[in-house]
Design a protein around this ligand. Structure first.
Ligand SMILES: [Fe+2]
Length: 138
């Protein structure tokens, strides 16, 4: 089932929220490509986009944290790095075993579930700090 974006996922920091929306949409596209039987290469393309966008998003978030001297930066970056390894492993499995609907479902649920959890926990804490710091700067 597709992931729904709603206000419970909004950190209130627009740049971060916009990218999170794109990520959720990219997970849904991966699931849809598989469920609609669009073919292995189309499925792998949506996975490539999701992976690339995840890496870009993490880099942008880390840059923002550094810019505002976020005290939990190192921990947050480690969490991102660990997840990049997880996504890399899932990708390797999909390449090796082929993107069967069962495996794609497993991978997209793992990625989607992790993302929503990370947004509501680590990213909410980060955004609260950055919003406060940002207001002080103006
Ligand atoms: Fe994050």
């Amino acid at each position: 089932m597709a992931y729904q974006w709603d206000s419970s996922l909004e950190t209130g920091y627009e740049q971060v929220d916009n990218q999170h929306k794109q990520l959720v949409a990219a997970v849904n596209k991966l699931m849809e490509a598989s469920q609609n039987g669009e073919g292995d290469s189309a499925v792998m393309q949506t996975l490539d986009f999701l992976t690339g966008y995840t890496i870009k998003h993490f880099a942008d978030e880390e840059k923002l944290q550094k810019q505002f001297n976020y005290p939990d930066y190192l921990n947050h970056k480690r969490i991102h790095d660990d997840f990049k390894v997880t996504v890399g492993n899932l990708t390797q499995r999909l390449i090796k075993e082929g993107p069967s609907p069962v495996l794609v479902n497993e991978a997209s649920s793992a990625i989607g579930g992790w993302l929503l959890n990370h947004i509501k926990g680590d990213d909410f804490r980060m955004a609260a700090f950055i919003k406060a710091a940002d207001t002080k700067r103006q």
